[in-house]
Design a protein around this ligand. Sequence first.
Ligand code: DGL
Length: 278
Amino acid sequence: MQQKGAIGIFDSGYGGLTILKEIVNILPQYNYIYLGDNARTPYGSRSFETVYHYTWEAIQWFFNQGCSLVILACNTASAKALRTIQQKNLPLLNDPFKRVLGVIRPTAEVIDNFTHSKHIGILGTTGTVQSNSYILEIEKFFPNIKVFQQACPLWVPLIENNEHNSKGADFFVKKYIHQLLEQNANIDTFLLACTHYPLLIEKIKEYTPADIKIVTQGNIVAESLKDYLKRHPEIESLCIKQGKINFYTTDNAEQFNKQAIIFWGNNIQSQQVNISTL
Ligand code: DGL
């Protein structure tokens, strides 16, 4: 008999909370475990090797908590680690009830719904942009869409340090948006391809021409998870349904509780864990 568990939601820090919030909105019946690797955030500027190593450590931790299904609610981890984990690590476990999903594929699958001009702009971390994951995934579904990318390396640090509403943030919001717009005049859709960026949305709107649509991923990922659970009853039946959420961080729990409010909207009581397998 397979062990039942919560659905695992992982991010390098707080950003995945923006995804979890939307998931809980439409799938409140399940139990969730959220883990932020705050001790090692940001992932966006790290090498493939490091992001893969950190992400695989986190996934093993989730599996040890009894999770069958883990969502990488982080574009950087999805871009740099997911493929290797799905192709190399999971088959070695020899356990068909352990699954890991990301946020890039579900977004790529529906991006065509948002664009008329078929020119879209991706705003993401350096890691996500360098991986070209969005270009490759979107090409598979919609070869007619032209994808332009802009790395925004300062946005996650601004958000993680609660400086995203400060006057100083404007400079870097404006700078990256201009750099993206300069690449092509026909872009009609911006995809916020980092789970932290919804926190910056008001400032992003301020510097984005009114005719450009701004797309966030929370709802897209939540709908895709709902569909996945419907299509995979063997996994769905292993997800506990008591509507509970537990929050974990690899750094100080008090600090997490304080900062997480801006992403989650309500008080959070987290616990600190050590996920290192070294
Ligand atoms: N929230 C993560 C993402 O979606 C990245 C944050 C980081 O750089 O750690 O890409």
